[in-house]
Ligand binder design. Structure first.
Ligand code: SF4
Ligand code: SF4
Length: 355
């Protein structure tokens, strides 16, 4: 019999998580945003009210508290935000939000009041190119900190900022300015199409001990294919069109990746526990090790070849003949790789990678 806290020697994550892309709509135009299609257009997906209701039913079906992260686009332009937040809080789920912090402070306070004690983290992404006057960001951040103090709520306030070669000096200033408050800045490495950006040595060295989320010696050197991972069992990613996925990364067997749709809550597959990661390191490597290692979904235990083979074939719609192995992800990869190409920064990153 398995210990309640572990399965096959792999500790259960302390929390269940679910990330929802509630909308792709956004009022900013950041130079490094990857949420564009191959023609440079922003996807228009929005989680419908029907799917928001179905999401609550899916959580009811799962029967355990989840830590739900609302992400966009910009969540504060999502029309059903209050409905979702009120109902998540009422059901006892934790709420996290990732916002560009452009919404008026009163709107932000209303959201926080609706979430109440269920609010776990409020992540403010500072997109430096979008603030004409960064003083206004700091002023609003001060108001948020003050509101938290007055309300007695305990949620975390997490300022983050994407680092590019061009904005490095401004990120330094931001890092020092936020460091003077009770908060600290997380500096995020640009990520695109399966690869993290690398920076000139002086930038990397400066930020190495100053909140850079992915260290240089780890970026682009990870390969978790075959590692046992709880995603699909204790973590789910919900797309704005209501599709449920194991995580953000295509798996070589699409049946362990595309788990179903909010159009059919009872038909959604919940994987039985920590099964091998089937990301293909050549086509679609695990992009989310920072996130998932922190949350203890991704273990360092490699599955045996036979187990990988079993899951690679598990529930395939059209099973391959014995011995033949044609991952579905191969067909999808070129399209996925194209997703999000935008001019300027990405062009530069790709050029530098090709050298
Ligand atoms: S705020 Fe986020 S979603 Fe909006 S443009 Fe910037 S990076 Fe993209
Ligand atoms: S290791 Fe990464 S890609 Fe693999 S299943 Fe887990 S989160 Fe997904």
């Amino acid at each position: 019999m398995h210990c309640e806290k572990e399965i096959a020697g792999i500790a259960k994550p302390k929390r269940n998580y679910l990330d929802v892309k509630i909308t792709y709509a956004c009022n900013f135009k950041c130079e490094y945003c990857y949420q564009f299609d191959e023609f440079g257009r922003r996807p228009v997906g929005v989680l419908s009210k029907k799917h928001a209701e179905a999401l609550l039913k899916f959580l009811d079906r799962l029967g355990e508290p989840y830590s739900v992260t609302l992400a966009g686009g910009e969540p504060f332009v999502y029309p059903h935000l209050d409905f979702l937040v009120e109902n998540l809080a009422r059901r006892g789920h934790e709420i996290n939000i990732i916002t560009n912090f452009s919404a008026p402070i009163d709107r932000i306070k209303r959201f926080i009041s609706l979430a109440g004690n269920s609010l776990s983290s409020f992540s403010t992404s500072v997109h430096l190119s979008q603030w004409d006057d960064i003083g206004k960001y700091h002023e609003k951040l001060g108001q948020l900190v003050e509101f938290r103090r007055e309300s007695g709520l305990k949620f975390s306030i997490l300022p983050t900022c994407v680092l590019t070669e061009e904005n490095a000096e401004r990120v330094k200033e931001l890092y020092y300015a936020i460091g003077k408050t009770e908060l600290s800045l997380e500096v995020q490495r640009v990520y695109y199409g399966g690869q993290y950006a690398t920076y000139p040595k002086h930038i990397d060295e400066f930020f190495a001990d100053k909140g850079l989320d992915v260290p240089d010696d780890v970026a682009n050197k990870v390969n978790f294919f075959g590692n046992k991972c709880w995603c699909g069992s204790k973590f789910f990613y919900i797309e704005s069109d209501g599709q449920i996925r194991r995580c953000y990364t295509h798996q070589s067997n699409s049946k362990t990746y595309e788990l179903g749709s909010l159009d059919d809550v009872d038909g959604i597959t919940v994987l039985p526990g920590p099964i091998p990661c089937l990301s293909d390191d050549k086509i679609s490597p695990c992009v989310c090790f920072k996130h998932f290692q922190r949350q203890a979904f991704l273990s360092d235990i490699k599955a045996e070849d036979a187990e990988i083979e079993f899951w690679n074939k598990y529930m395939r719609e059209n099973p391959e003949p014995e011995g033949e192995n044609t991952p579905h992800a191969e067909e999808k990869a070129p399209e996925q790789a194209k997703r999000g190409i935008i001019p300027s920064l990405w062009g530069k990153i790709f050029k530098s990678k090709r050298k």
